[in-house]
Design a protein around this ligand. Structure first.
Ligand SMILES: C[S@@+](CC[C@H](N)C(=O)[O-])C[C@H]1O[C@@H](n2cnc3c(N)ncnc32)[C@H](O)[C@@H]1O
Length: 274
């Protein structure tokens, strides 16, 4: 089967459909949680907000500033980061539904002056050169097929000294057998092109003139999030029609049986514009 190479419109349509269900399983966020240790029994909302904080810490901004949230989802991370650290956050998404949710959230929290959202594609960022003190992308780059252009755009909008922080999945080993079969279904259901490796991420950073500050695999801390996935995909299967049902059931059953996908790592990557 040909590899899926989704365009932003397809990604946006998928999120228009599934965002409410994803958010329900991840404490309002649309990303994995972080647990300090096996003894840490934090609920999912605390753990997903903790991942947001780990990303925000790496922006290393102590005196305020304007920050880009690349793929802002329901706006929960943007609002969390802005309210906790006094930053101005501009969030972009390719989903209309997410845009409405994110705007409503910033109004409800009284943060509409500090946090704004717009529909925009990361491959065509509608912002001036050197206009942000930082940028972060939590589980959004994995959807983007033209990563060269995305990294080029991100480097362009960062001021000298500004950091880019990415929390995302990457391919840590060759994917074959059962996992390859799962990858086909998951990539079609979730609009994800084939994952890239750690070396490929480092190469993207280098090619656009950014300097790598950190590449850390935190999969041991986030793996507990996989436990929420079978029920989430079952709910997607039962909520949506016949086109989506078979893929969602296949993904749910795989995750029920195997728990995790061992060839998929989870990275925190930090780079700086010199
Ligand atoms: C898994 S969600 C993560 C949302 C949010 N960062 C969070 O952690 O809650 C992926 C996000 O990436 C965004 N996205 C995917 N492709 C994009 C693109 N080409 N340009 C901008 N945003 C994109 C989606 O709209 C969605 O908001």
């Amino acid at each position: 089967m040909a590899e899926l190479q989704p365009v932003p419109f397809m990604v946006g349509t998928m999120y228009d459909q599934f965002t409410d269900i994803f958010a329900q399983y991840f404490g309002g966020n649309l990303h994995f949680g972080y647990w300090e240790s096996e003894k840490d029994d934090s609920p999912i909302e605390v753990a997903t907000n903790r991942l947001t904080d780990l990303v925000a810490d790496r922006l290393a901004l102590t005196t305020g500033g304007r920050v880009l949230d690349v793929g802002c989802g329901s706006g929960k991370a943007s609002v969390h980061i802005s309210s906790g650290r006094g930053l101005h956050v501009v969030g972009i998404t390719v989903s209309d539904h997410q845009l409405q949710l994110a705007r409503a959230r910033s109004y409800d929290e009284g943060l509409a002056e500090q946090v704004s959202f717009q529909l925009a594609d990361a491959t065509e960022l509608p912002f001036e050169d050197s206009s942000f003190e930082g940028a972060y992308a939590i589980e959004s780059i994995l959807h983007m097929r033209d990563k060269d252009t995305v990294f080029g755009n991100l480097a362009r909008v960062l001021r000298p000294g500004a950091r880019l922080v990415i929390a995302d999945f990457y391919q840590s080993d060759e994917i074959s057998g059962n996992e390859a079969n799962l990858a086909v279904h998951a990539s079609q259901l979730l609009q994800i092109p084939p994952l890239i490796t750690a070396d490929m991420y480092r190469e993207h950073v280098h090619r656009v003139g950014l300097q790598l500050v950190e590449f850390t695999d935190i999969r041991e801390h986030v793996e507990r999030s996989y436990a929420s996935l079978p029920a989430m995909f079952q709910q997607i299967a039962s909520t949506f029609g016949s086109e989506i049902f078979p893929q969602a059931v296949t993904v749910a059953r795989f995750l029920e049986q195997f728990g995790i996908i061992p060839q998929v790592g989870y990275m925190l990557l930090t780079a700086v514009r010199p």
